[in-house]
Design a binder for this molecule. Structure first.
Ligand SMILES: Nc1ncnc2c1ncn2[C@@H]1O[C@H](COP(=O)(O)OP(=O)(O)O)[C@@H](O)[C@H]1O
Ligand SMILES: [Mg+2]
Length: 370
């Protein structure tokens, strides 16, 4: 749309409109100057006003030359400055065309300190986000393909061997094949869940309401109480009351994913402790969970998609490596909060900070608390 710049361009249209206005105003004022001057000449005492007709003719002739020249000069200056002023808009148009073609690499470079400058700032943010989404999507597809391939090849390999009579199916083999296929189903369901929390949709925004976090934590704790008791794992929940605007199902899902890991990877004798602390502008959900030792690299990467600290152990426990990535999406992308893990010996502390969104606004840093 910015390629066809000739007559439909903003500069041209502005120049035409302003030249018409200049013409009208110059014409009008010249006409009144002419009338006034002629009037004055007519009022001169007889004898002195002899040159009246000559004066009128000369004045009219001069005005007929001066008016078009003034209009032409005005039009030229107007065209020149309009072009300069609208230049950033054209640069913006070019950048948007590149963006449309999927070229996210180049930053939108517009040197304007006015509204266009602000607009180009917003477009740069949009470009960054599109770039991140695009990269995230292709990384996720390749991770997913990689992670689905191994169990599918296993299943297919066993079926092939059975078909060729190399091995005979028995209850154990069927159970293991069933387990593997169940893991695939879980993974696909988690991928679906993750794509749901990946982007902030209007549906998610509308479902955000003021909720009591104490009640939410206690409800989530109740879901796991029996499971922990069955394995004789000491478990307690202590939550301070706090009301803020959250997506209830989302926060529940995040806490459940953490509790599920606490249950799945529990090791030792210490208690699993879920607590909620009310801060001045945020609420902190803390889960202390004894588990296998984690390296610094594990702690840095465990919120990434498909990351498992110890693949073989996680695989045997049916892990997909998506649980914590979903937690991160829900907390950081949907609630502008922060989630992190620290460890002391073999007790890991998962800490979620949820900013207060009570009045619909996020207090403090929008990109996450620090
Ligand atoms: N409470 C925990 N204690 C020790 N390791 C954990 C804990 N929670 C998560 N992890 C490690 O982080 C990895 C990623 O967790 P997650 O994203 O939930 O995937 P999954 O549980 O499906 O493997 C796990 O495979 C595990 O190695
Ligand atoms: Mg998990």
């Amino acid at each position: 749309m910015f390629r066809n710049r000739s007559f439909s361009s903003l500069t041209f249209q502005l120049t035409i409109v302003h030249t018409l206005i200049i013409s009208f105003l110059v014409g009008l004022s010249s006409y009144f100057i002419y009338l006034t001057a002629c009037n004055l000449v007519d009022q001169l005492p007889p004898g002195e006003g002899e040159g009246g007709v000559f004066f009128r003719e000369r004045l009219a002739a001069v005005l007929w030359v001066v008016i078009p020249v003034v209009i032409a000069i005005g039009g030229f200056f107007h065209y020149y400055f309009s072009k300069k002023i609208t230049m950033p808009l054209r640069q913006l148009g070019d950048s948007l065309e590149k963006l449309k073609a999927g070229k996210y690499e180049e930053e939108v470079r517009v040197t304007a300190f006015n509204e266009v400058g602000i607009l180009s700032g917003h477009i740069n943010e949009l470009r960054e986000r599109l770039k991140r989404n695009d990269e995230g999507r292709s990384k996720m597809l390749s991770d997913m393909a990689h992670d689905l391939r191994t169990p599918l090849s296993n299943i297919s390999g066993y079926f092939e061997a059975m078909r060729d009579g190399v091995i005979k199916g028995d209850a154990d083999l069927y159970a293991s094949l069933h387990k593997e296929s169940q893991r695939l189903i879980d993974m696909v369901e988690e991928v679906q869940e993750m794509s749901r929390w990946n982007e902030q949709t209007s549906e998610i925004l509308q479902q955000k309401k003021e909720e009591d976090l104490k009640a939410l934590l206690e409800e989530a704790g109740d879901l796991f109480r029996l499971k922990f008791a069955d394995k004789q794992i000491p478990f307690d929940v202590t939550a301070e009351p706090y009301r803020t605007v959250i997506h209830k199902e989302g926060i529940q899902k995040a806490v459940i994913n953490l509790l599920q890991n606490a249950y799945q990877y529990y090791e030792g004798t210490a208690s699993v402790r879920l607590s909620g602390k009310a801060g001045s502008s945020y609420y902190e959900i803390i889960l202390k969970t004894p588990g296998p030792a984690l390296t610094d690299e594990d702690r840095q990467s465990m919120f990434d998609r498909f990351y498992r600290a110890d693949s073989s152990r996680a695989r045997s426990s049916g892990g997909t490596g998506l649980g914590l990535a979903i937690v991160k999406n829900i907390i950081e992308d949907q609630h502008y909060g922060k989630v992190e893990v620290t460890s002391e010996d073999k007790v890991h502390t998962f800490r979620i900070q949820l900013p207060d969104e009570k009045d619909g606004k996020v207090h403090g840093n929008k990109g996450g608390l620090s």
